[in-house]
Ligand binder design. Structure first.
Ligand code: ADP
Length: 258
């Protein structure tokens, strides 16, 4: 049986075709979140990657910030539920999930069946979210996907003292003017995001294994700063940004079969 998961985020739309609740047979990730054509494009790309039409799908489950604007879903489910299920499918041992997306960060505790048992969220402040990294990458004129290579080459990371994105932006510009190396600035920027979210995570039980999801998890600079801040290894999968869509597809499969 094929089930479809659609995650319409604030910045990016993601889709997954899941076979029998276990196998990813088509995935897509399109820049362009809620209110854009990103969602329609992501749907078309995932179906084409799986080599099927919509009629082959047993059901469609939609999640994410833009979920209520999507037409044609059988189920509409919160990101918290879907990220927990997605993490459970990829890493059954995961008990704490740190999800950092384009406009919020969530720390989700889950049980041995992938059900969310508790969560904490920062959706009030851009610091500690992908937005902070997007703004800083813009100032440094670097593609978001290259930040981790720069952070890895840092000799002496610059400490970013401003906790507000707008002030941090001025701070980075003045550091640049003062001759700071791009690599050191990028490492400081990654540290700053990790430290903000780690302080949220430390307010939970933080039961191992700890795993990261969301687009920001793709940044190795943030992941290694997070490991240092939490004193724990972080599980990471190349599907990290797709966990919400994977969980949505798994939710649909469970609804059809359980
Ligand atoms: P949302 O669901 O809110 O759209 P995502 O979980 O898709 O958020 O994450 C989007 C964020 O991921 C972006 O704001 C950006 O900072 C980050 N990001 C996107 N692509 C990459 C990449 N290749 N490497 C590192 N970070 C990335």
């Amino acid at each position: 049986m094929l089930t479809f998961g659609v995650d319409i985020g604030s910045t990016t739309s993601k889709c997954v075709v899941l076979k029998d609740g276990t196998e990813l047979v088509g995935t897509s990730l399109c820049v362009g979140g809620t209110g854009t054509r990103g969602a329609a494009q992501a749907v078309a790309e995932a179906l084409s990657a799986a080599g099927i039409g919509r009629e082959a799908l047993a059901c469609t489950t939609v999640t994410g910030y833009g979920r209520n604007r999507f037409e044609g879903a059988d189920f509409t489910v919160s990101e918290l539920t879907c990220h927990a299920l997605g993490a459970h499918l990829i890493f059954p041992e995961c008990r704490t999930l740190i999800d950092i997306g384009g406009q919020d960060a969530k720390v989700i505790s889950l049980n041995d069946r992938g059900r969310m048992t508790n969560f904490l969220m920062n959706d009030k402040c851009a610091a500690g979210t992908g937005r902070f990294l997007d703004v800083m990458a813009g100032i440094l004129q670097l593609p978001i996907g290259e930040l981790e290579q720069y952070a890895a080459r840092a000799a002496s990371p610059v400490s970013i003292s401003s906790t507000c994105t707008v002030f941090a932006e001025s701070e980075v510009i003045s550091q640049l003017a003062g001759g700071a190396q791009t690599e050191d600035l990028v490492a400081g920027i990654c540290d700053s995001v990790a430290l903000r979210v780690a302080s949220l995570a430390k307010r939970t039980e933080l039961r191992p294994a700890v795993c990261m999801s969301g687009g920001v998890a793709r940044n190795g600079g943030v992941r290694s700063a997070m490991e240092k801040a939490l004193g724990q290894p972080i599980l990471y999968s190349e599907y990290a940004q797709l966990f919400g869509a994977i969980g949505a597809a798994l939710y649909g499969w469970q609804k059809q079969t359980v």
